[in-house]
Design a protein around this ligand. Sequence first.
Ligand code: ZN
Length: 133
Amino acid sequence: MKKVEHIGIAVKDFAISIPLFENLLNVPCYKQETVESENVNTAFFKLGETKIELLQSTNSDGVIAKFIEKKGEGIHHLAFDTDNILAEVERLKNAGFTLLNETPKEGADNKLVCFLHPKSTNGVLIELCQEKK
Ligand code: ZN
């Protein structure tokens, strides 16, 4: 793994949270994108090498809506950049971690992504990502 690529934050309402994070970070949101397969809208901010990804559910029973129902708004996942996501998946599987998806799927921001189950990572949802070429 190379670096923290982004930190995912679950929010209820982009109309409130995008201006909030623009004010907080003092940078504009550079991209908004919907990931249909995950029922989620994303909004990105860039600070140096690291990004902040805001996540808003597109419907009331999406994963982000359920997360907010259970835990409230807040940090949802940490994403680590990889050069070879398949090799990382293999390494982590062999090390005893539980993958939520072993086959990379299309994520936001031109990425292939895999998630690790938080029960095997001290309660933190971990995303592996690799830039699509
Ligand atoms: Zn993410």
